[in-house]
Design a protein around this ligand. Sequence first.
Ligand code: PGA
Length: 249
Amino acid sequence: MRKQIVAGNWKMNNGLIQTESLIADLKRQTKVSNAEVMIAPTYTNLWHAFQSTKQTEIEVIAQNMHYAENGAYTGEISAGMLKSIGIQTVILGHSERRAYFNETDEALAKKVDAALAHDMRVIFCFGEELSDRKAGNEQAVVESQIKNALFHLNDAAYKDIILAYEPVWAIGTGETATPEQAQEMHAFIRKTLAQKYGNETAESVSILYGGSVKPNNAREIFSKPDVDGGLIGGASLKAEDFFAIVNSF
Ligand code: PGA
């Protein structure tokens, strides 16, 4: 059985005080689904968030990392550093990283390798822009993003890979892919994996959907057979909304 996962990407939101209070709110929520729950606070609050969620079912994860082990990369954080404070999972390739920080498929392939070398799990994000979809190129774009960053891996590596399809036009816009559009793309992603690695591996990988998932649309999106959860931005900043989504399975 594939894991169901709901991960909250806090992006560049919440200082220490807000982080403490949001985590306190999250701890007051009740989980009635089997989904794994993750939150990704900013770097400065990772250690604190990790400590304060230790006795809970909430896993604290990172939003990004560098591929080098250490060295002259001012402002960057390595996989080893994340591991040293207990972080086991990292989001890589978010469209905001690709768009604003010029992250390329090539750099992402190196980041994926570095994370896996540290036995970390990766939530690998990808997705087409609106212009790609309008031109009917969404599958070709997604296929190349996956192939370029992940297809050098062997099939055993996929036990630590979680995929997150996030159409750029749906992120933070309030415009969600329809459940049918999400299912169609997720099925295509699984087929792409199956062609390279076989059915068993393809069926074992969790594929999350991200892009304006809210309490009022999560249930329908998560009901689709190839959608195994969500990567949640805006709605992860309110504990009640986030847990309403977690409990949508
Ligand atoms: P959103 O963000 O839920 O605010 O659209 C999703 C994401 O960027 O992961």
